[in-house]
Design a protein around this ligand. Structure first.
Ligand code: 13P
Length: 251
């Protein structure tokens, strides 16, 4: 059985006071919720204060990116070990905004992924097609390339721990969610790819979560599908009320 996984990607939002208020509210609003793994991903500057506020709580903390080297003259970068040191157990890798605006490629994603898992972090690996790619019928080809290239050189025990996030770029921040059918179709395809690269056992164990305009009103439908194991939530994770409602799968 795969434990549902819900992560909130705060992107470049919030200052310390705002972040601490959000996590305090989130802890209150999710008290007693069981059977779901919850993660928040604040900006680098907030990681220490948020992880201190969440210590001994069931909510884990993720970085939004990392570099592949452990240390060195790489101005502006943050290593997997530094994320652990700041209280993170997870890290988002290959988000489409990083691919789109910051030159992330399958190759850099692969390097970051290997470095993060080797350092003991749980990687949340983002993949997904653009609108143009979907409209030209290339969705599966793109997913196959992204999954294959990103996971190259990852071992089976490491692969089982990775969370894959299917985030169709056209659904991110647009209010245009993939339909339950579109998401399920892509997730089943991705699970098949993982089975081919690793094994059917790894594919059965790995969580594949959906991202792109997830809200309290559409999470239940998505979660009812067999290959959708949770969500990577952007906008709706910024307010504790809506994120808690997503976590509780409320309509
Ligand atoms: P939205 O939920 O705001 O569409 O963002 C999704 C996302 O990019 C999560 O990583």
């Amino acid at each position: 059985m795969r434990i549902p996984f819900i992560a909130g990607n705060w992107k470049m939002f919030k200052t310390t006071a705002d972040a601490l208020q959000t996590v305090a509210d989130l802890l209150r609003l999710t008290e007693g919720v069981e059977g779901v793994e919850v993660v928040v991903a604040p900006s680098f500057t907030l990681l220490r204060s948020v992880s201190d506020a969440l210590v001994d709580s069931p909510i884990a903390v993720a970085g939004q990116d990392c570099f592949w080297e452990e240390q060195g003259a790489f101005t502006g970068e943050v290593s997997p070990g530094m994320l652990s040191d700041a209280g993170c157990s997870h890290v988002i890798i290959g988000h489409s905004e990083r691919r789109q605006y910051f030159g992330e490629t399958d190759e850099t994603v692969n390097k970051k992924l290997k470095s993060a898992v080797a350092a003991g972090l749980t990687a949340i690996l983002c993949i997904g097609e653009t609108l143009g790619e979907r409209e030209s019928g290339d969705t599966f080809k793109v997913l196959e390339r992204q999954v294959g290239n990103s996971l190259a050189g990852v071992s089976m025990p490491q692969a089982e721990k990775i969370v894959l996030a299917y985030e169709p770029v056209w659904a991110i921040g647009t209010g245009r969610t993939a339909t339950d059918d579109q998401a399920q179709e892509a997730h089943a395809f991705i699970r098949g790819l993982v089975a081919g690269i690793f094994s059917p056992t790894v594919a059965e164990a790995v969580r594949i979560v959906y991202g792109g305009s997830v809200k309290p009103g559409n999470i239940a439908g998505l979660m009812s599908r067999p290959d959708i194991d949770g969500a990577l939530v952007g906008g709706a994770s910024l307010e504790a009320e809506s994120f808690a409602a997503v976590i509780r799968h409320l309509k």
